[in-house]
Ligand binder design. Structure first.
Ligand code: NAG
Ligand code: NAG
Ligand code: NAG
Length: 204
């Protein structure tokens, strides 16, 4: 009779740690698997928001270059998004001074993505956004890769839909502006979908 409850107690005692250990193993496996998934998808899409002008006050999705450039290490608040002259940004821009310490907006084409990024770096830009030259493109994101020249770029580089680039340029021009004011990158993870101010001309 004395042994019975003891066995019972020890069984219960063993049973609980088993479940805890199992849960820990499963949790570790989950973390490991999700960690692998994250590291495979090295650079995830990011977002920036235009603060001014008001007619462009939306949140835009951009895709970081896949194998050149660097990550943002902090959010840039209220910096200029300045259109490069010439638009393709393949040669030294003529509006160098305006681009310095701002984010540059260039257009795809004329040279490699990496060359554009290096040009941006040379004028002291904080980052570069390359809008697709297809101004009707409102869904296809390009993976920007390097050009096998063994060069790199020390500022963040991102791809923007052609439609977004076109609308930004067009509305800035309509206001006689050469720049927008932006925050980049912004974290929209916790923002409910209906509060994410997507540009009305596209659907994410
Ligand atoms: C460029 O530098 C970044 C950051 O150091 C690195 O992750 C990337 O692999 C480099 N790319 C090339 C093409 O060397
Ligand atoms: C952040 O990045 C800038 C260039 O993008 C670099 O100059 C600076 O040293 C970095 N800071 C940290 C803390 O890594
Ligand atoms: C965005 O915010 C969420 C929730 O606050 C956080 O878990 C996530 O790591 C953040 N992402 C970035 C890229 O900062």
């Amino acid at each position: 009779m004395k042994n019975m409850p003891q066995r019972h107690v020890s069984k219960v005692y063993l049973f609980i740690p088993d479940i805890v250990v199992l849960a820990l193993i499963l949790f570790k496996a989950f973390v490991l698997v999700s960690g692998i998934e994250i590291s495979k998808n090295v650079k995830q899409d990011m977002f920036f928001e235009i603060v001014e002008p008001e007619s462009l006050r939306y949140t835009f999705k951009v895709r970081p270059a896949q194998d050149f450039g660097v990550h943002f290490n902090k959010t840039l608040q209220n910096v200029g998004l300045v259109i490069s002259e010439p638009h393709h940004g393949c040669s030294a821009p003529i509006n160098k001074l305006e681009l310095k310490s701002n984010v540059i907006l260039v257009e795809r084409g004329g040279c490699s993505f990496l060359t554009k990024c290096i040009q941006g770096e040379h004028v002291g830009a904080l980052a570069i956004i390359v809008a697709d030259s297809d101004i009707k493109n409102d869904e296809q994101y390009i993976e920007m890769i390097d050009d096998n020249t063994q060069r790199n770029c020390s500022i963040p580089a991102m791809f923007l839909l052609g439609k977004d680039g076109y609308m930004i340029r067009q509305r800035l021009e309509a206001h006689g502006l050469s720049r927008a004011i932006i925050n980049i990158p912004v974290n929209v993870t916790m923002v409910p979908l209906h509060q994410q101010k997507q540009p009305p001309w596209l659907i994410w």
